[in-house]
Design a protein. Structure first.
Length: 217
């Protein structure tokens, strides 16, 4: 995960915890608390994954021990491998292991964010974008309202609204010359991670309209 992606993940975390009309917002403190929460959640996930793996291991071992092939073997002799259980039973256990893998990936991402959060450019970019969103909320939200036909911004899923606010802010107040494609691609990836496939298409459509209408060529 690159530094700019970490900044965007942190921006979404901050936006989920603040009211944009608040007068005093300690962005740095919220950033720190967000990372702490993320790491704590990752630790809990890893503990859960360990329990799931042990459950799968116990299931397989007991299945082997209780099989007819091994029940009739001499005491102290090593168990022999046996055929796998019915597919539906084993698929359930594989699903558990896939869940374990997903939680491990999340934990790795949390560790990367925790490490990169200390990088000055990560904090600076996240802070700058959040400050620009707060300062230009009216214009940013007006753009969302204009292009999300049939959608009331107040009724929009909060994560989708915050991703749009972040991406539109980056597009309209792009002081670091970040390529527009990168901004849109990362907004879509974050939507896929935290929201739904439908949300990513919705966000892509609105951001495309912002570029074609609001940004000078």
């Amino acid at each position: 995960m690159n530094a700019r992606r970490v900044s965007r993940e942190l921006i979404i975390m901050v936006l989920s915890q603040i009211k944009l009309n608040e007068k005093k917002i300690d962005i740095d403190e919220i950033l720190l608390n967000s990372v702490r929460t993320l790491v704590s959640d990752a630790k809990d996930d890893l503990e859960t994954t360990t329990a799931l793996l042990l459950d799968v291991k116990d299931y397989l071992q007991n299945y082997e021990i209780d099989s007819d092939e091994n029940k009739n073997r001499p005491i102290r002799s090593k168990n022999v491998g046996v055929e796998l259980p019915k597919t539906d039973e084993f698929i359930s256990k594989v699903d558990s292991m896939l869940d374990v893998a997903e939680k491990c990936f999340k934990a790795i991402e949390a560790a990367e964010i925790a490490v990169l959060e200390e990088a000055p450019d990560v904090k600076t970019y996240a802070r700058t974008v959040v400050e620009n969103i707060i300062a230009n909320k009216a214009e940013i939200d007006a753009a969302i309202e204009e292009f999300s036909i049939g959608w009331d911004i107040s009724r929009m899923v909060s994560i989708d609204r915050n991703i749009l606010r972040m991406a539109i802010c980056e597009l309209l107040y792009n002081t670091e010359n970040v390529p527009q494609k990168v901004i849109i691609d990362e907004a879509i990836e974050i939507a896929k991670k935290y929201s739904t496939e439908d949300s990513s298409s919705f966000i892509n459509g609105i951001l495309g309209k912002v570029i074609s209408t609001k940004i000078k060529k």
